[in-house]
Design a protein around this ligand. Structure first.
Ligand code: NAD
Length: 440
């Protein structure tokens, strides 16, 4: 098939490259000229495992191209994926101006029948509104070109995006007719058995994506609340987690206690679903708490650091391991590190940070006063404490004896529960995790 992908970010670029790998002819379009110019020069603007080879291979095979011009992207295309951002708007809902703008730009230049595939995460009703706007532009142009809007939310995770796209648990397709749904389903035939392609109406497909993210965020806030209680009553969250995660009705995924969730999806999608509820006259009480617990979780961890140093961080050198919102990505959107570092600086601490991948992105969003180390060990040199904020394997494999030796006062705040407290203790570190005893 000839396919266009509008929006060449984390989702659009992975979608485009993977569809090309499956044999389709794909043009990825973005309004960001710099991004397109980088891609046309063989530079991948984001960090995502396996993506550089995948892009290079498909560009070389002539199946994948990049452009900043809409008309060039959709010329000859049968299907167009909309993968632009839908960030949080001022009212907490999803900001839909970019997806509406992209759809209208398509309508202004399309010459032949098209299936518009809404891949961006958008609230219920967005696909109908896109349909209305495209029809209005076509009417204004005085042309009659058949088109459909299909909802096909994306469930990939940054860090494992290529594998997630190529081996999805399921594919959700929301369409207004079975026939058009089947046509979009054909795109996924090679990667997922038919019974795991879930055809449904568009509103349900839009809701499915939010419900999935909201549920996963709920698991994280739930386990963090239990962890906080463990700290107060002397239980160990890692034992509790094993104890409940092995129950097949519960399962082990997304039950890691820590500093809370971040990233470009969970925070914004939870908020957007709360807003959808409000607009419909329904208060989503659980999700309001999920959001609030997550916000508090970051503050709570910084308070532990302040308390450890007797109420003030004035003049303390704090090392920070990890800046990205999770390992495997350079994405800093809503990363807990942003809030944590902000609080540390406000309390008078000196902050030295290291992240194996995300430092260039981090420098754009963090305070100028943050210093950056060249590796994990030099980061802790002379530090009064080190905070693990992103559980990159590189940190977890460090020789903790060496770490302890380099520090002014050997204190490890393990805000991802990545280390064994005993291992830290044996290395001479004071260990403070989330919901764990300092020594088990
Ligand atoms: P992103 O910010 O990385 O990429 C969006 C791109 O769209 C940007 O490059 C931007 O320049 C471009 N863009 C915006 N308006 C445009 C327009 N009118 N024409 C052309 N290009 C335009 O965003 P992302 O992380 O890829 O997310 C995209 C969507 O996918 C969001 O709705 C998000 O919620 C959803 N999603 C993201 C993930 C994820 O892990 N990042 C996973 C699943 C779903």
């Amino acid at each position: 098939m000839d396919i266009a992908v509008i929006g060449t970010g984390y989702v659009g670029l992975v979608t485009g490259a993977c569809l090309a790998e499956l044999g389709h002819r794909v043009v990825c379009m973005d309004r960001d000229k710099e991004k397109i110019s980088l891609l046309n020069n063989g530079v991948i603007p984001i960090y995502e495992k396996g993506l550089d080879e995948l892009v290079a291979r498909n560009v070389a095979a002539g199946r994948l191209r990049f452009t900043d011009r809409m008309i060039e992207a959709i010329r000859g295309a049968e299907a167009v994926f909309l993968a632009v951002g839908t960030p949080t708007a001022a009212d907490g809902g999803a900001e839909l101006s970019m997806i509406f703008e992209a759809a209208e730009q398509i309508a202004m230049v399309m010459e032949s029948p098209l299936i518009l595939i809404q891949k961006s995460t958008c609230p219920v009703g967005t696909s109908v509104e896109i349909e209305r706007r495209v029809a209005a532009v076509l009417a204004k142009r005085g042309v009659q070109i058949p088109f459909h809007v299909v909802v096909n939310p994306e469930f990939l995770r940054e860090g494992t995006a290529v594998t997630d796209f190529m081996q999805p648990d399921r594919v959700v397709i929301g369409a207004d007719t079975a026939e058009v749904g089947e046509r979009v389903a054909m795109l996924y035939e090679k990667i997922v058995p038919k019974e795991r392609i879930l055809l449904m109406d568009r509103a349900s497909a839009e809701m499915t994506k939010y419900a999935a993210n909201a549920f996963l965020a709920t698991k994280i806030s739930f386990i963090n609340e239990i962890a906080n209680l463990c700290e107060l009553v002397g239980a160990d969250i890692e034992s509790v987690r094993r104890g409940i995660g092995t129950d097949t009705r519960i399962g082990p995924a997304f039950l890691a206690a820590g500093i809370g969730y971040g990233g470009s999806c969970f925070p914004k999608d939870v908020k957007a679903l709360i807003k959808t509820g409000k607009d419909a006259g329904y208060q989503l009480r659980i999700l309001e708490s999920v959001d609030e617990v997550n916000r508090q979780q970051r503050i709570r961890q910084v308070e532990k650091v302040i308390q450890h140093f007797g109420g003030s961080l004035e003049g303390k050198r704090i090392a920070v391991w990890g800046l990205a919102f999770k390992p495997g990505t350079d994405d800093m959107r809503e990363a807990p590190a942003i809030d944590v570092i902000h609080c540390l600086l406000r309390e008078g601490a000196e902050v030295v940070a290291y992240d194996p991948i995300a430092m260039p992105q981090a420098q754009r969003v963090l305070d100028q006063r943050v210093r950056y180390a060249s590796d994990a060990l030099s980061c802790v040199d002379g530090a009064d404490a080190v905070l693990l904020l992103t559980e990159w394997p590189e940190f977890l494999g460090l020789d903790l004896h060496l770490v302890a030796q380099k520090m002014a006062t050997p204190v490890l705040f393990d805000f991802r529960n990545g280390f064994s407290p005993n291992r830290a203790y044996e290395a001479g570190l004071t260990y403070i995790g989330v919901g764990r005893k300092t020594k088990v």
